[in-house]
Design a protein around this ligand. Structure first.
Ligand code: GLU
Length: 482
């Protein structure tokens, strides 16, 4: 392994908007490959069909390319170890599962979801960690045959050694040991024939000849399972590097409750890709401490993995804004002009906004009076604007909190938004009109606006959610009125 060519990957799951954490890990992998003359690969991990979002894959490609991160192998560019989309590799996982079954390092589990539920409930009640009780591990070959002949659905589980421990080396942290009695007999193949993350990830990293797995620290607890899987197959494991997680300013794990985490947001809200990638390069301490503003090329030249510090890097939006300002001010007047033309008054954006105000306009210069909220950053409605007559402030803020979750989960089109808001009104005992008024106030800052839902569709999910989040934040910090 030590002499094997350097091959690294990012393996995002297409479950929604592309995440800043994905860009951060992509950057680190990219730098690693650049510095060592290696290959950088993008693999789409789309085996969890319940969380799959159709448009997500393309958004991930676009957002990473926007940041200047390009890969040599991936679903869009091909390569010698494809396909690079896990949903197109199910035959490979099935073969791998058969191999483990024949080696006796995995077994079929016929337990019903009801039995597993029951077991889990009993474990929780007894304050035990929820874990499979290995009921099917001791089935006789005849029992297995009978269950199969009866067509009982089954999963395939990993047979974790009953004793001992697994130690692996984390290149940033040193040796990490997990006792086997803390490792679950993980499901490898679900009853629908799709692999779980663990199986697909290990099989692909092996077949794609990945030399170094560089990923976020949240995967550390999965790594012993992966190492055991490599052993179960008789394969050499790659090296592991677990990067510290990005944190909110209060040090909690970065979350959409506290920060915009969608790369789409940053693009739409007027951040330059050079500033964002520079900012991500500041995370984790790999760059010399006296450098603050640098390009991707300068990062490739100066980033040192030995320098990475494990304390969680803080994703401080104020710092990013400051850095973005440096980049904006460094543009030539001509570049600045075209950046505004494209980034604020883009052709496509204006084309979608125009019909929304046309019905209400009397002179052209009223355009911004009607459509200002599409372009402004600091919309913050006063209480007279957002508070429904029959509701109290706490009730209204509670509803706005619910709204964030509801819109987060909604598909971003007119009928879906309408349904989401009406359902929210029903479950919260608000009238639909009151809910629409509140949303209008938060998104547009006003009591009257162009058609609300159409406007939200054009304005976009990432920025709408950010507006709600900022509204909640502002209200939380605002001194109470007497
Ligand atoms: N699919 C995982 C993710 O979404 C990949 C984790 C890994 O790099 O192993 O982050």
């Amino acid at each position: 392994m030590v002499d094997a060519p350097i091959r690294v990957r990012i393996a995002p799951s297409p479950t929604g908007d592309p995440h800043v954490g994905t860009a951060y890990i992509a950057l680190i992998n990219y730098l690693f490959a650049q510095q060592r003359g290696g290959q950088f690969i993008l693999r789409i991990e789309d085996t969890d069909r319940t969380r799959f979002v159709e448009s997500s894959e393309q958004m991930i490609f676009d957002a990473l390319h926007w940041l200047g991160l390009h890969w040599q192998e991936g679903p869009d560019v091909g390569g010698p170890y494809g396909p690079y989309r896990q949903s197109e590799r199910t035959g490979i996982y099935r073969q791998a599962t058969d191999e483990l079954l024949s080696r006796g390092t995995a077994y079929k589990c016929f337990c019903t979801p009801a039995r597993l539920d029951e077991m889990r409930r009993a474990q929780i009640a007894a304050k035990l960690p929820p874990r499979y009780d290995r009921h099917c591990r001791s089935l006789t070959p005849q029992e297995v045959q009978q269950a199969e002949a009866a067509g009982t659905p089954y999963t395939v589980r990993m047979a974790v050694p009953l004793e001992g421990a697994t130690t692996f080396r984390d290149e940033l942290r040193g040796d990490i040991t997990f006792d086997h009695n803390n490792v679950d007999d993980q499901v490898l193949m679900k009853s629908d024939g799709f692999p779980t993350y663990h199986l697909a990830n290990v099989v692909d990293d092996h077949h794609m000849k990945i030399s170094d797995v560089i990923r976020a620290e949240e995967w550390i607890s999965s790594t012993p399972k992966h190492v055991l899987l490599y052993q179960a197959f008789g394969w050499q494991a790659p090296r592991f590097w677990h990067m510290p997680l990005l944190r909110n300013t209060d040090k909690s794990k970065i979350s959409k409750r506290k920060n915009p985490v969608s790369l789409i947001y940053y693009r739409q809200a007027g951040f330059l890709p050079q500033a964002l990638i520079n900012f991500l390069g500041l995370m984790g301490g790999g760059m010399p401490a006296d450098l603050e503003k640098f390009s991707l090329e300068e990062m490739a030249a100066n980033f040192q993995f030995e320098r990475i510090s494990l304390g969680g890097p803080v994703f401080d939006l104020e710092k990013l804004k400051w850095l973005n300002g440096l980049y904006l001010r460094a543009l030539s007047p001509a570049q600045f002009y075209s950046t505004i033309r494209e980034g604020v008054f883009g052709e496509d954006y204006l084309r979608q906004i125009a019909p929304l105000v046309q019905e209400r306009i009397e002179t052209l210069t009223q355009f911004l009076d009607l459509a200002d909220f599409f372009f402004r950053d600091d919309i913050m409605p006063a209480e007279e604007v957002f508070l429904p007559k029959k509701k109290t402030l706490p009730e209204t803020l509670k509803l706005a909190g619910e709204l964030l979750g509801v819109l987060e989960a909604a598909d971003w089109n007119h009928p879906a938004l309408e349904k989401a808001l009406r359902d929210l009104a029903t479950t919260q005992n608000w009238s639909a009109k009151e809910v629409f008024m509140l949303v209008r106030a938060i998104v547009t800052g006003k009591t009257a606006s162009p058609p609300l839902l159409e406007s939200m569709v054009v304005f976009g999910k990432a920025r709408t959610l950010d507006r709600i989040r900022r509204f909640l934040d502002f209200q939380k910090k605002r001194p109470a009125k007497n």
